[in-house]
Design a protein around this ligand. Structure first.
Ligand code: SER
Length: 326
């Protein structure tokens, strides 16, 4: 039985991953680690233990690991790409300093560690289409710099100290539960909210800006399956390309219009996000993940769109028209 600590458990990924892990491993065996100001609420608070774990505070990590006999840490603390550009020093402190603190506790206590990397770990010199698993990683954002550093530091701790570190490179993640904050791929979440609210969506990226995206249920499954994978089959560790869909603003807009024909989108470009998106791959090649641990996505753009609209309709209590296509 695993005893798991999720650091950053009230964030975009953590709030859903913590609940899914509690369902799989037992509610008492998954600790919700949060920072003051981002306290757990509702079912996340009520369904299991919660502790203040600021990743920049190594003692808080060690105390929680000791108190609950933790053997696996999901490290989800990070500033997303656009907000990190506004606060690069803090992005490094959390992304790299925090990871170092986590890995040191893991080394001393024998914990496995999952730390997500990202499509943001690539840069302008990376091949942009079907980006290979092993390729040039020279990102130009501080977010990307922390992610590449994290991949290398995690691999170092695996090689040098035998810490069981594993990771995936997440695409933009789309969910109706917890909003992302300050990312470059956030538009692909915001567009669904605008559609269901009946508002005209102001798109911050121009047509033709392709990026990999993934529906949250697939992303959660990836995070769990990589940590459950047979280690003898893993040639890579930090970090695996994973992919399920790649689209630009026009493609997602037209997909939503199949279900909501009156929906409107206008372009209102954000130069920072556009520059970041232009430096990232259009699509990743996830062959290694498929071969080494059986990765396979379940959602495509159409099934994700149907699920997002249906659930946001309930969440926002609005009516969505029936599909217009056969
Ligand atoms: N979703 C992240 C961002 O946009 C990328 O991993 O910053």
């Amino acid at each position: 039985m695993k005893n798991i600590l999720v650091i950053g458990a009230t964030g975009q990924i953590g709030s859903e991953l913590t609940m899914k892990l509690r369902g799989l491993y037992g509610p008492d065996n998954v600790v919700c680690g949060y920072i003051p100001g981002a306290e757990p609420k509702g079912v996340l608070l009520e369904s299991g233990p919660a502790e203040i774990v600021d990743i920049t505070n190594p003692q808080q990590i060690a105390d929680t690991v000791n108190k609950y006999g933790i053997d696996t840490i999901y490290n989800l603390a990070a500033l997303l790409s656009a907000v990190a550009e506004a606060r690069p020093q803090l992005a490094w402190k959390i992304g790299v300093g925090g990871l170092y603190n986590t890995l040191e506790v893991a080394r001393e206590k024998g914990c496995a560690v999952f730390t997500p990397s990202s499509i943001g770990s690539f840069g302008p010199s990376t091949p942009h289409v079907k980006t290979p698993q092993d390729t040039i990683q020279r990102p130009e954002t501080i977010y990307g710099v922390t992610k590449v550093t994290g991949e290398m530091l995690s691999d170092y701790y695996a090689r040098r100290f035998g810490v069981d570190t594993r990771s995936v490179r997440f695409p933009g993640l789309i969910s109706y539960t917890t909003l992302p904050g300050g990312g470059t791929t956030d538009y692909a979440v915001d567009i669904y909210y605008s559609a269901v609210k009946g508002e005209t969506f102001k798109c911050p990226l121009k047509p033709g800006t392709f990026m990999d995206m993934m529906y949250m249920p697939d992303a959660l499954r990836a995070a769990i399956e990589i940590m459950e994978a047979d280690p003898t089959k893993l040639h890579h560790r930090n970090s695996f390309n994973i992919a399920s869909m790649s689209f630009d603003p026009e493609i997602i807009y037209n997909k939503i219009r199949e279900y909501m024909p009156d929906f409107k989108m206008e372009y209102e470009l954000d130069p920072l996000r556009q520059a970041i998106a232009d430096s990232w791959p259009d699509s990743l090649d996830d062959t290694c993940a498929r071969q080494e641990w059986g990765w396979k996505p379940e959602f495509d753009l159409d099934s994700m769109t149907q699920d997002m609209l249906a659930n946001l309709k309930i969440k926002l209590n609005k009516e969505v028209s029936e599909p217009v296509h056969a």
